[in-house]
Design a protein around this ligand. Structure first.
Ligand SMILES: [Zn+2]
Length: 139
C-alpha cells in the first residue's frame, strides 16, 4: 500500500485511476495540473507519482524534472501515463521517469507497475536520469 499522487487534467480519467488504485489498497491524491501536483508533492511527499504528459501550467516532463531536481523529492518513483507518446520515445526516461505506460493501459498492468515501484521505494537515478528499475514503454 502506498500514497500515490496522480497528476491528471482529464477528470474522467482521474476518477478511473483513483478508483482503480484505491481498490488496489493505495491512498490516492489527485491534482489537475503539474504545478499543483508539484506543490502537493512538496507538502506531502507521496510514495509514487503517476503523471499524465499533457497538462496545463506544468506538463508531465516538467513535473518529472522538477521532482528530480528537488532535494527532498528526487528519489520518488515516477510513472508517466500518456496517450501521446510513441514507443521508444526517450524523453520521459531522460526526464527521470521510472516507467512509461501508454493509454489505454490495461488495469492489471497499471496496478502491477505501481505496486512494483511502491515496493522498490525511493531510489536514486544515475546522473543521466536512467532508473535502476526502468521499464521500457508498456513492457
Ligand atoms: Zn526510478
Amino acid at each position: 500500500m502506498a500514497v500515490v499522487l496522480v497528476a491528471e487534467d482529464d477528470q474522467d480519467i482521474a476518477v478511473i485511476l483513483s478508483r482503480l488504485l484505491t481498490r488496489a489498497g493505495h491512498t490516492v491524491l489527485h491534482e489537475p495540473d503539474g504545478l499543483a501536483a508539484f506543490e502537493h508533492a512538496v507538502a506531502e511527499r507521496p510514495d509514487v507519482v503517476l503523471t499524465d504528459l499533457g497538462m496545463p501550467r506544468m506538463d508531465g516532463l516538467e513535473l518529472t524534472r522538477a521532482i528530480r531536481r528537488h532535494p527532498d523529492l528526487a528519489d520518488i518513483p515516477i510513472i508517466m501515463l500518456s496517450g501521446h507518446l510513441h514507443p521508444g520515445d526517450t524523453k520521459p526516461v531522460e526526464a527521470g521517469c521510472c516507467a512509461v505506460l501508454l493509454k489505454p493501459c490495461p488495469n492489471d498492468k497499471l496496478r502491477e507497475v505501481v505496486q512494483e515501484l511502491a515496493d522498490r521505494g525511493p531510489h536514486t537515478h544515475t546522473a543521466n536520469g536512467s532508473c535502476p528499475a526502468h521499464h521500457p514503454v508498456n513492457a
